[in-house]
Write a protein that binds this ligand. Structure first.
Ligand code: NAG
Ligand code: NAG
Ligand code: NAG
Ligand code: NAG
Length: 374
């Protein structure tokens, strides 16, 4: 089991899972609006009409997408709605246009939910058909910006459950400026070699609970952006991928990683608990990198303004793929403080792995199988 708590750890999550919408009979079937389940006929306008009908209904409404493949272009499901609850049940597959320019030039989004409170999205598959887009990116050609598969902006009380997202052009699921979010039983699949396809990206959001989720992708499994509070993750399987930026791990590049640009800025990363984490053959199981400056561009010679404090690593065990399992490379101007290692067993070639410390204050306790620099 893997757990990560960001922010306060004492208060419990406030969001109750709303019922799944089968309970009300205000069901709006996209087929009734003429959507075609053949995977070829553009059903975008039909989905928009179904959304309008659901969103303008004064009763709680459920949009239902039956089995089959539905070709969908960029769609903005916009609120606020006239009712107090919208449920979106996808029992089929939403498929993006084959030509990647179509989504790639759509302003960054494929399926976008905007300003909709009390929203539940259940089930189904999203297939963004991203591979030709990644080929373009890898070739160094001039490519469109790309699109995230499913984005939620300004959604309070959100449940995302049972979705499988494959081959997103960019991040699969983005949670931006949302409060009280439950993400559960979600599967995310993209090849190891898909650039910039984060699994789930969270930013400017509070009380986000991600559980029971499997992520295989080319970039970060879960990435945590600015102004994120009270993020809870449990039972996440990650790999291949770049780990969970700020946590887990089968042969991933990083494990519990916190990184910040090596340049002036204001901000903090505080009260993080990484607990009960098993790693297998990970390159950097524990890493704080405050000297992040790819290609030495935009920051050479500078130090990070981000203050990192009260980060606890508790009951972390497994095997490192490199001799140095723990790297703490903190900012010279803002040293890391209150870093705690408790019950750590990290081995390399069956021996205690090593660690390195730069600009850090912290303590160790419990049983340590690690050559600790703290
Ligand atoms: C997160 O959600 C899971 C199930 O969806 C629940 O068991 C768990 O208690 C929740 N955690 C928090 C901190 O709310
Ligand atoms: C969302 O649901 C809560 C609880 O059922 C309700 O109090 C609130 O008014 C709803 N929000 C909207 C925008 O309808
Ligand atoms: C969704 O599809 C599954 C079969 O794939 C079926 O068992 C289930 O009843 C469907 N759900 C609804 C609400 O029709
Ligand atoms: C550390 O982990 C190794 C296997 O990964 C195990 O054999 C060893 O007993 C553990 N040591 C302690 C002190 O738990």
């Amino acid at each position: 089991m893997t757990v990560l708590l960001l922010g306060t750890t004492t208060t419990s999550h406030g969001a109750a899972a709303p019922p799944y919408g089968y309970g009300n009979n205000n069901i709006i079937n996209v087929i009734k609006f003429g959507a075609k389940a053949d995977g070829k006929t553009d059903s975008t306008e039909q989905f928009k009409m179904a959304w309008k009908s659901a969103c303008t209904s004064i009763r709680p409404a459920t949009i239902y997408v039956p089995k089959g493949r539905y070709l969908l272009k960029y769609t903005n499901f916009r609120g606020p709605c006239k009712n107090n609850k919208v449920t979106f049940i996808i029992n089929g597959t939403l498929v993006a246009p084959y030509d990647y320019n179509e989504l790639g030039n759509s302003g960054g989004f494929w399926i976008l939910f905007n300003h909709v409170d009390n929203l539940t999205v259940i089930g189904g598959n999203l297939d963004a058909q991203g591979s030709a887009f990644w080929d373009c990116r890898r070739s160094g050609k001039n490519c469109p910006l790309g699109a995230r598969s499913m984005t939620f902006n300004w959604v309070n009380n959100l449940v995302i459950s049972g979705i499988t997202s494959i081959n997103s052009q960019l991040s699969h699921i983005v949670i931006n400026t949302c409060n009280n979010v439950i993400v559960k039983n979600v599967r995310i699949i993209a090849p190891d070699q898909s650039p910039n396809t984060d699994g789930i990206h969270v930013e400017h959001s509070k009380w986000v609970n991600i559980t029971g989720t499997t992520i295989q992708t080319g970039d970060d499994c879960i990435s945590i952006g600015d102004a994120t509070f009270n993020l809870f993750m449990d039972q996440i399987k990650c790999g291949p991928g770049h780990g969970i930026r700020n946590a887990i791990f089968y042969g991933s590049d990083n494990g519990m990683r916190i990184k910040s640009w090596a340049r002036a800025s204001k901000g903090f990363v505080r009260n993080i608990l990484f607990q009960d984490i098993t790693i297998f053959n990970v390159q950097n199981p524990i890493i704080i990198d405050q000297n992040y400056c790819p290609n030495n561009q935009g920051c050479p010679g500078q130090t990070s303004g981000i203050e990192i404090s009260e980060v606890t690593y508790k009951n972390i065990h497994g095997s490192s793929a490199t001799s140095e399992a723990v790297t703490f490379d903190c900012s010279a101007s803002n040293p890391c403080q209150g870093i705690k290692l408790h019950d750590i067993n990290l081995t390399y070639n069956n021996k205690a792995a090593t660690s390195s410390c730069n600009n850090i204050r912290g303590t160790t306790s419990g049983t340590l199988v690690l050559q600790s620099c703290l």
